[in-house]
Design a protein around this ligand. Structure first.
Ligand SMILES: *[C@@H]1O[C@H](CO)[C@@H](O)[C@H](O)[C@H]1NC(C)=O
Ligand SMILES: *[C@@H]1O[C@H](CO)[C@@H](O)[C@H](O)[C@H]1NC(C)=O
Length: 342
């Protein structure tokens, strides 16, 4: 999540007269609508979803000091429960700062929630962590900043923690505008930076849109371990009459590597750090889905299927910030690349 809509639009407007790339119509025609979502499925940005071992699903999202909702199933009914950090974060980056884009993972008996502290256009953001033994509202303890150094190359927002196995090295990706998506590692306490200099994973040199909201996912296909880097590309949050040119609004893309550190390439072999690579997974389609992004991926033990969850705009409902909806679809990895399927 960045809140750069005017800034983004200013750049995008320069490009609109000379080019306008529509989303891939072949894929667009085959994308199914989001699966059903009941209960509170609105005012959701940058969701992070987990399923507790007792079968309760939790959905964490941007603003409201990290909004927490829960449900008996991924489809709902979702109930809003309250804020993760009712008093905000102990990190202090700027007056009126906001908490964005949580990423929640389980280690042993403890849930770790990584969150961004930022404000629209701010580059001196920071990433903090809170822990809980149950994930419920009222049980979260803030531990403040991870201590990843600030840099003029990147912005410390949109955290994602990835670890393939309990004894494996962890990888921590983040980033947005400026030089986009970076990766470092955390100490084995999962609450502090390891000291490893962040390394750029993905970048788009076109200058008119950003890549952000990265999410790493491991999946083996035909005996090969693949590491997928999902991210959002484009303008997340514009409202009429300032919508981004068609194709430059938010969309979900993916790159792939055989190591968690890359190098990542897309489906046609373009390098995602140096060659503007990125394969479209889900973009605007039909009359009900516009600008999907802020995604994550989870294996749903109830269906055995892999779910891609995200936020999106339904233009028939509205483009306002509080009208963003939670959606998900299933992914098919059999080709070696994630494809949205019904
Ligand atoms: C729905 O959930 C959002 C957070 O995702 C919250 O801000 C809003 O107040 C909730 N609405 C109701 C009616 O509970
Ligand atoms: C890079 O930016 C261009 C121009 O905004 C956009 O059309 C393209 O989809 C972007 N590619 C990626 C991989 O983000």
């Amino acid at each position: 999540m960045h809140y750069f809509s005017l800034f983004t639009y200013a750049f995008a407007a320069l490009a609109v007269s000379v080019r306008s790339t529509p989303i891939n119509p072949r894929q667009a025609a085959s994308w199914p609508d989001p699966e059903s979502c009941t209960g509170n499925c609105s005012y959701v940005h940058d969701p992070s979803v987990i399923r507790r071992s007792d079968g309760t699903w939790f959905r964490f999202s941007t603003l409201g000091n990290i909004a927490i909702a829960s449900a008996p199933s991924l489809t709902g009914p979702w109930t809003y429960n309250g804020a993760m950090l009712p008093d905000g974060s102990s990190i202090d980056v700027v007056a009126n700062q906001q908490l964005w884009a949580p990423d929640v993972v389980l280690k042993g008996d403890t849930y770790y929630a990584y969150y961004s502290v930022s404000l629209s256009g701010l580059q001196t953001s920071d990433i903090g962590v809170a822990t809980s033994s149950s994930a419920d509202v009222g049980t979260w303890t803030d531990h403040g900043s991870l201590g990843i150094p600030k840099s003029s190359a990147y912005n410390l927002i949109d955290p994602n923690f990835f670890q393939q196995c309990d004894t494996c090295q962890n990888y921590f990706t983040f980033g947005s505008a400026w030089d986009m998506i970076y990766q470092t590692t955390l100490n084995t306490d999962w609450t502090s930076w390891s000291g490893e200099t962040p390394n750029q994973l993905a970048y788009n040199s076109s200058g008119s849109t950003f890549e952000e909201g990265s999410f790493q996912f491991w999946w083996p296909v035909d005996g090969t371990d693949y590491y997928y880097l999902f991210f959002s590309s484009g303008a997340c949050c514009n409202t009429p009459p300032n919508l981004a040119p068609v194709g430059d609004e938010y969309k979900i893309m993916v790159c792939r590597a055989t190591e968690p550190t890359g190098p990542f390439t897309d489906r046609v072999g373009r390098n995602c750090q140096t060659g503007n690579g990125g394969t479209l997974v889900l973009g605007s389609h039909g009359s009900n889905v516009y600008a999907p992004g802020g995604q994550g991926v989870i294996v749903d033990p109830e269906t055995g299927r892999i779910a891609l969850y995200y936020h999106y705009v339904n233009p028939n409902i509205g483009y306002d910030f509080d009208q963003f909806l939670f959606g998900f679809n299933y992914l098919d990895f059999s080709s070696g690349w994630p494809e949205v399927t019904s």
